[in-house]
Structure formats: C-alpha cells, structure tokens
Design a protein around this ligand. Sequence first.
Ligand code: ADP
Ligand code: MG
Length: 350
Amino acid sequence: MAMVNGEDCCVKVAVHIRPLLGDERQQGCKDCVTVVPGKPQVQIGTHSFTFDHVYGGTGFPPSSMFEECVSPLVDGLFQGYNATVLAYGQTGSGKTYTMGTGCKDGSQTGIIPQVMNSLFGKIETLKDQAEFQLRVSFIEILKEEVRDLLDSSYVGKFEAVNGHVGKLAVPGKPPVQIREASNGAITLAGLTEVFVRTQKEMTSCLEQGSLNRATGSTNMNNQSSRSHAIFTITLEQMRKLDPSVTESAQTEDIAGSDCAKRTGSDGLRFKEGVHINKGLLALGNVISALGDEKKRKEGVHVPYCDSKLTRLLQDSLGGNSRTVMIACMSPADINSEETLNTLKYANRAR
Ligand code: ADP
Ligand code: MG
C-alpha cells in the first residue's frame, strides 16, 4: 500500500491471474504462476512478489475482488473521494474480462457492471437525503491521441467484419484536445458527457463505447497493446437539507499548460520490458513517485505530463483519491516473460 500526504490507502495493487484457456491447454501450455496459500504472494520461476491482494490462480476460490478492492472506493465517492480502478497487462491477460467491458465476457461479473450495481443501489438508499446526478464519458487513448467513444457521430458507422463488430477505418472526428484550467484541473475540450438516470442507460453507454473502440476484445492486433480506455462516471450529490451545497466545482478553462516545460525533468525511468508502452511507462513513473515517501519528502516532481494517460489520470492519482491497480496476467508458461514484466511493474507501484 502506498501512502500519499500521510493518508492511508491511496494506491493499492492487486493481481488477477486468469485460468489457462482451452487453446493454451491444447497447445500443451503449463501453469507457471504459483500463488502462496493464505498470502497475497505470487511466485514465478525463482521470483517472488507480494501485493495487497492476489486473485485467481489454480485451485483458488472465486474472486472477492470487487468487495475487497472496489466496493470501498464506491462508498468513498459519496464522501467526496475520487476513485480510479486500473487494469493492465499484456494482450489476452484478462483486462477486458476483469473490467467487464467486453460484450459477453465478464458483462455480469466484471468490475464496471458491479460498480454500477453498487452505485445505483446506494443512490436508491440515499435518495431521501440527497439528489444525485450522474454522467459518463468514455475515451480511448491510442498513439497519444484521445478519441471520444461516446461521440454520437460514430453511431451507424459499424459493420460486421468476419462476424465481429468492428470500426470502419475512417475516423469520425479529429482527436479531442486536453486543456488545463488555471487551477490545474485537466479537462477534455468538447468531450461528450452523457447524463444518465438509470443503470440501463449507463450500461448502454459502456456497451456503445466499447463497440467504438478501435481495438475490440476479439480483435487481437498489435494496436490493442497500445490502446488505453477510460470510462469515467461523475457523481454529483446535492443534499436536500442544504440545496446550495454540491460536490462538484466549475472551472474556467484556458488553453495550454506548463506541461511541455516539465517533460523529462525527472531522473526516474522505468526500463523494464520493451512491450510497456509510453502511457504505462509514464504511469509507472507517476505511481512510483507518489508511492515513495522518501522521494516525496525530497519534493521529487511527479511526472504527470509525460503522457496523455497520466495527464488524464492526474486528478485521479494524487490528492483526494483512491486507486486500485489490477495487474492482469496469464498463467501460461509461453507468456512467462511478459508475466514477469507485469509483476515487476506492479511491484514497482507498491
Ligand atoms: P485482454 O483484454 O487483456 O486482452 P481478455 O479480457 O480479452 O484480455 O481475455 C482474454 C481471454 O481470456 C478471453 O477469451 C477471456 O474470456 C479469457 N479470460 C480472461 N480472464 C478470465 C477469467 N478470469 N476467467 C476465465 N476466462 C478469462
Ligand atoms: Mg481487452
């Protein structure tokens, strides 16, 4: 567990190991990842790593990941804490399944559908005390460009390719520009935000946006390892007793930022593994800087500006927020090198 500003619980790291797939068994793959019983500890070859939580692994009971890692974050939203859940790992390691953003896989058991359940359940129990307004946005970051997955101009631009729904090659709109307000808040200019009243409406945004991704879960091309998707739920809470109080703040946007100046000004770089892309590299550097108490005391700069991913997550990673990173991994021996990289990366976040 990392601590930020002396506060408990800022970044927690969990590992999710998927089972060997039928195909992998047929190819004769062996399970090369061992979970130490009763401990959040993973072994691969001679390496051993300890995290906040470990889920999955052969012979282990079904996951209580949502209850342990994510449910407290949903509760925190109602007290004004931001929350971020991040899944990462090589292609095919189970990110889509874990988050529940695929069309069929994990659509019930994945984290985002469970967040929605929990959120709407809580709102129902609190509706006498407060009024709630929910909105969602959904973006994809690909090659350092931000695409708006809920942009209605995408609707109707899909066709079935080899039985899979895919995106046509022609992009709908130019990429969305990142702005930094005078108070440092990061916003995306012109990003679609959809107001939702029901769980069904929110689910439909998740599904529609997932279809709009350039890289579907069935589409195993090499771009998918460079694509990050961020689904954002904004909850505004207005207490009925005092209608003047709201949890959200309005900001005035100005173009440009001092990010360019700061790029590259820190000495920390993560060199593990050629497959870790720019966004993840920068994310690792940010989390490492946030999590290292000694460095923080020395005032080491947190390098948010090194990638679009970290700039957009800036408000979610530092300050008033709680983050869970879920390292997804395959247990198959053919993936052992990538799995070791994922574990090292996750370990660095602690
Ligand atoms: P990624 O999004 O990281 O590329 P996916 O989520 O698409 O990976 O998972 C790859 C394959 O593994 C899919 O067929 C998915 O159904 C399967 N899978 C992933 N995680 C699990 C799990 N925990 N249990 C069972 N099957 C899983
Ligand atoms: Mg995926």
